[in-house]
Design a protein around this ligand. Structure first.
Ligand SMILES: NC(=O)c1ccc[n+]([C@@H]2O[C@H](COP(=O)([O-])OP(=O)(O)OC[C@H]3O[C@@H](n4cnc5c(N)ncnc54)[C@H](OP(=O)(O)O)[C@@H]3O)[C@@H](O)[C@H]2O)c1
Length: 347
């Protein structure tokens, strides 16, 4: 089978470059065009990128970056679009979705009622929302990826759903690369913790309810009714978001049962076989001082959520989760999402 031709929007950014690295060796997709802002348009990738990830993406260095605009609609060398644009560019994504499937990392369409917000292991059935979009369009659609800090919360929560989740409190410690490039200034970040990330807390709260919600026979999502409160902080770690999660269940499971549910979680069978799916969506480390970014970030090639430090206290089951915000939380999750779309016949 020939590979589908993918355009990367935001190719010069942190997420865009990770897309290039992942797609450079992918069996189902190949990169056919790079787009970024007018500042980058007309330059090659090496010239346009102020900051290069340490990944080897040399094969793309001489490729010309084009300015992202509605002229992309004229192109016939693109089968799908991976968008890593800022949320302010949601209007362009909407225009391009008239012709192309657009898989977006930006927040602009995540809560649109007819846009699926997908974590393959958690809610693949929500792809049905695409049928609603197709009624009004010729060919394309938008399918969104969650915020990186939502993904690493929703995956363990899905594993724990059988116990009946009543309340979730989450406190994040988010890496610097989560702010893109140039991100937080060095003087603000060094040796410091900033207990505020604009818009992040509401994103985690609202997106989690949508992702854990149920899709009805009428094509709409009924959000989960669990209570959720998030508090977010930026910490001086390059990559890898950490979360301290406190869950109260409707039932009173033994702590061993909670541990087992995390260890045994695999997600639906049809997702387990996707090329980018990790063998273990959750890797549980039975230790009070793990996970740690320096030790555990690349477990499952950056696609597993690493969970540990599990204990029960005051009616809450508490654990710590770690996830690679650029791989599982961004480009890796986006590519896995596209693999699901392909296997379900949407591409
Ligand atoms: N970083 C993460 O951990 C993470 C995780 C999940 C989701 N996301 C989301 O993914 C998206 C990209 O994040 P990032 O971290 O890669 O950001 P970034 O490093 O700042 O990169 C932004 C990219 O968007 C392009 N861009 C900016 N303004 C544009 C415009 N007006 N027209 C066309 N292109 C424009 C930039 O091009 P130029 O180089 O030409 O300016 C660059 O390629 C954001 O929506 C972010 O919220 C990020």
């Amino acid at each position: 089978m020939s590979r589908l031709r993918a355009a990367i929007l935001g190719a010069t950014g942190i997420v865009g470059q990770k897309y290039l690295r992942i797609l450079s060796r992918h069996p189902e997709f190949e990169v056919s065009a790079l787009f970024a802002s007018s500042h980058s348009g007309g330059k090659n990738l090496n010239e346009a990128s102020n900051f290069m990830l340490p990944d080897d993406i040399a094969e793309f260095g001489e490729i010309r970056v084009e300015e992202a605009s509605d002229r992309i609609l004229e192109r016939n060398d693109i089968d799908l679009i991976f968008s890593a644009l800022p949320s302010s560019m949601g209007g362009l994504e909407e225009i391009l979705s008239r012709k192309f499937p657009v898989i977006t990392k930006s927040s602009s369409h995540r809560l649109d009622p007819d846009v699926p917000l997908i974590i393959p292991e958690v809610n693949p059935g929500h792809l049905l929302l695409i049928e609603e979009q197709k009624k009004g369009r010729k060919k394309g659609f938008i399918s969104a990826d969650p915020n990186c800090s939502t993904t690493q919360l929703a995956i363990p929560l899905k594993a724990l759903e059988p116990f009946g989740i009543e309340t979730v409190i989450v406190s994040t410690m988010q890496a610097l690369s989560g702010a893109g490039y140039p991100g937080v200034s060095a003087l603000d970040a060094s040796g410091n913790v900033i207990p505020y990330i604009e818009g992040e807390e509401k994103k985690i709260e609202k997106e989690s309810l949508k992702i854990l919600g149920k899709i009805g026979t009428g094509v709409e999502i009924t959000p989960s009714d669990l209570n959720i409160t998030a508090k977010c902080a930026r910490v001086p770690v390059p990559d890898g978001h950490m979360e301290n999660v406190f869950v109260r269940f409707c039932s009173s499971p033994e702590i061993d049962d909670v541990r087992d549910a995390l260890i045994k979680f695999r997600g639906p069978r049809k997702v387990q076989h996707l090329y980018s799916s990790p063998e273990h969506p959750v890797i549980f480390i039975d230790s009070p001082d793990r996970p740690q970014p320096r030790l555990d970030l690349m477990k499952g090639e950056g696609m597993s959520v690493v969970v540990g430090s599990l204990r029960k206290s005051g009616g809450f089951y508490c654990f710590t989760s770690l996830s690679h915000n650029i791989i599982r939380g961004a480009a890796g999750g986006g590519v896995q999402h596209a693999e699901l779309l392909l296997s379900e016949g949407y591409l």
